[in-house]
Design a protein around this ligand. Structure first.
Ligand SMILES: Cc1ncc(COP(=O)(O)O)c(C=O)c1O
Length: 396
């Protein structure tokens, strides 16, 4: 008998996934590289520097330990959760119970998608910053919930204005995402904003998911504050903290959700059904990073700050003026009159061989901007700005 070939029909939830805006740009940039052009890629958020040697050594040693060749415990090793609690106490003065207030994640991306699965039902509203990190959209779409955008405007320091959110939306809102230092705008949040956020969350019964991916990257002597530092924060939310940016460990896939014990329990419960936790040796190396010397973090911030200064001095010289970032490793720059964010990014790729991320890929309110990553050596950043200057678009 002839075998029957099944027709592959995707589940409805697959059709609801947001389109990957940046995939086309990445493909075009790769095509230019393949055609032999010297492309400077400032379009992505992938840290370019290696993980510190003592962390790599910790992985090498742990990989030889047969203990870690077995299944790790569900929900991760306690020593790792203790290391996270220790780090939060040392850096932010925040007390965390390693058993109930820390969940180990396969990278922050996973947790940001999971939180929507564990809290949102179809018909619920999730408040999402616009522009913002597209993974929030993915989680909300998978949960079948509805997104309501919170516009971030330069005039308001790229902080959402809670007063402007429609009352009917608020009644259905169950979750909101915040992200400071911010991707893509590079804005940072202050204490009064987080205090206002906690009051807003309490008044409206909304869970706050603070994405603190760039928590370690602050400039000019300012360390970004954690949402959990504020009294009452743990009652209303959780924070997502990743090793990717702080320790240049993006490829290792380690992050944490910390804060509200009930939300942590739900994330862990969901993960019990999907994973058995990370490779034990990766957990050992992550703990070594968190409890070991922190010079590598300070040095990394200094590198980004120096790159920022070099890039912005050159951008200023060519007449492209914008507020330099206070945190994160991104620059957020207005495009010249007559361009959209996408048409300008296309022009920079085609005429200067410089890849930038068009703001529209982060939401409607990203229109009119492009994002540049400080993720190349200083001389390449300067060269990128020089090539852009040579196009003569800024009158500088
Ligand atoms: C704002 C923001 N949140 C979260 C992440 C997730 O990082 P990871 O999945 O590597 O932990 C990123 C990575 O680029 C990010 O930019």
């Amino acid at each position: 008998m002839k075998p029957t070939i099944p027709t592959i029909v995707p589940a409805d939830r697959m059709n609801g996934l947001p389109k990957q805006f940046f995939a086309a740009l990445v493909a075009r940039a790769q095509a230019r590289v393949a055609a032999g052009h010297d492309v400077i890629n400032l379009g992505q958020g992938n840290p370019d520097l290696p993980t510190a040697p003592h962390i790599v050594a910790a992985l090498q040693e742990a990989a030889a330990n047969p203990l870690y060749h077995r299944y790790p415990p569900f929900q991760g090793y306690r020593f790792l959760k203790e290391a996270v609690a220790e780090r939060y106490m040392a850096d932010y003065g925040v007390e965390l119970d390693p058993d109930t207030e820390v969940a180990v994640l396969f990278g922050g991306k996973t947790g940001l998608v999971e939180i929507s699965q564990v809290l949102l039902n179809p018909g619920d509203v999730c408040l999402v910053p616009d522009p913002g990190y597209p993974d929030y959209w993915s989680g909300v779409a998978l949960a079948g919930a509805e997104m309501v955008m919170m516009p971030l405007h330069e005039a308001n320091g790229y902080l959402p204005d809670y007063e402007r959110i429609d009352a009917a939306c608020l009644a259905r809102a169950k979750l909101m995402f915040l992200n400071y230092p911010n991707n893509p705008t590079s804005a940072v949040a202050d204490r009064p904003f987080y205090e206002e956020t906690i009051r807003f969350a309490e008044r409206n019964g909304i869970v706050v998911a603070s994405d603190f991916a760039y928590g370690a990257i602050g400039f000019d002597g300012h360390r970004p504050i954690s949402f959990l530092e504020l009294p009452g924060a743990k009652e209303v939310g959780v924070e997502f903290y990743t090793m990717s940016k702080t320790y240049n460990m993006a490829g290792w896939r380690v992050a944490f959700a910390v804060g509200n014990a009930e939300i942590i329990r739900l994330i862990n419960l969901m993960q019990d059904h999907m994973y058995v936790s990370l490779f034990g040796a990766v957990q050992a190396a992550a703990a070594a990073a968190l409890t070991g010397p922190q010079e590598c973090v300070r040095e990394l911030c200094a590198v980004y700050e120096s790159r920022r200064n070099a890039l912005y001095a050159e951008l200023h010289r060519i007449g492209w003026n914008a507020q330099p970032p206070a945190g994160s490793f991104f620059g957020w720059l207005p495009v010249p009159a007559g361009f959209t964010s996408a048409s300008f990014a296309d022009l920079l790729l085609e005429q200067a061989n410089v890849v930038t991320a068009p703001g529209i890929g982060f939401g409607e309110h990203g229109q009119g901007y492009v994002r540049l990553g400080l993720l190349a050596p200083e001389e390449r950043l300067i060269e990128a700005a020089e090539r852009i200057g040579a196009l003569g678009l800024f009158g500088g």
